[in-house]
Design a protein around this ligand. Sequence first.
Ligand SMILES: Cc1cc2nc3c(=O)[nH]c(=O)nc-3n(C[C@H](O)[C@H](O)[C@H](O)COP(=O)(O)O)c2cc1C
Length: 353
Amino acid sequence: MQKFRFLTAGESHGKALTAIIEGVPAGFSIDEVFINNELKRRQGGYGRGGRMKIETDTVEITSGVRFGKTLGSPITLVIKNKDFENWQKIMSSAAIDECSDKSFTTCRPGHADYAGAIKYGHKDLRNILERSSARKTAIEVAVGAVAKLILKEFGIEGSSKILEIGGQENDFEGAIDRAREEGVTLGGRFEVIYKNLPVGLGSYVHYDRKLDGKIAQIVMSIPAVKSVSIGDGDIAHQVTGREFHDEMFLENGEIMRKTNHAGGLEGGMTNGEDLIVRANMKPIPTMRSPLNTVDLAAMTETSAHFERSDVCAVEACAVVAENRIACALADEFLLKFGGDSLDEIRHQFNFAL
Ligand SMILES: Cc1cc2nc3c(=O)[nH]c(=O)nc-3n(C[C@H](O)[C@H](O)[C@H](O)COP(=O)(O)O)c2cc1C
């Protein structure tokens, strides 16, 4: 069961990234400046590579919105790749000479290159890199920004922050500078928080309706994310039930809690506390000081292909997670309070309070 659904398409150096979102009711305000600002947040962060200097991502809305309001019809978003100018021949969709100086056959460990080549029968590993690249997270952020605008109408706001980079809790930039000098890369840990969620988004009644499961899938699907936890989930195995669970008490007739170890989800449903999601991102696999690998064409040992790359992208990854989680929350919100227009949803929402 899904209400807010979307598909994306586009290669890293192709003409454009595209998304079609279906299920957004009529009457929501869509602010392009807000979407572009989310795209700018994804492009930022200390440790990013040369690509982010070329691209200034901006969204074009080509359907589903008129005079700044959603129509209820599918919304199409397009982000043009500015770098396509330099890649027109290499990324041509026409049946021209396949050889290009951007072809490569040496797998990068930690990337989709090897398994992708075997799975799809590609000889040129560029055929895999182009779609497996995290470039596609730009259009995912644009979709997430639309989801955020839906949530914003009801006072639900998200944010994210870095908790650690390469094991450092404080000197992030120093750690990134040292990694850059050594030609290596770093990962890290980040947190996403959503506030003002109503009680009861998600459900306990079936495994595929549990919101913790949906969020874990979404965050794990972000390139380079290797683990996800809800609230203090990653220390749950170390403490007693008394220490972990969040006791309830009454204050002026209202149900309150002093702690939020559960991260706002119990039984797969929002419980009215802040939603807290934490995740670990692995170090970027492409490195200036490359790893040993195999050339699949020559079947010889060699070093991995290097192409301009980030040294660290944890800040960007956190922004991607924040926006991707917004999609899950908007979906659940529309399922629970759904209608065909903002007015209908507002009526249902106010009725439930
Ligand atoms: C925002 C963001 C930026 C990334 N930038 C790079 C990069 O510049 N170079 C690189 O090799 N990997 C980069 N990655 C990670 C790879 O895309 C990812 O490790 C790879 O696709 C393999 O997927 P997996 O790690 O999920 O198995 C980035 C990931 C994110 C989320």
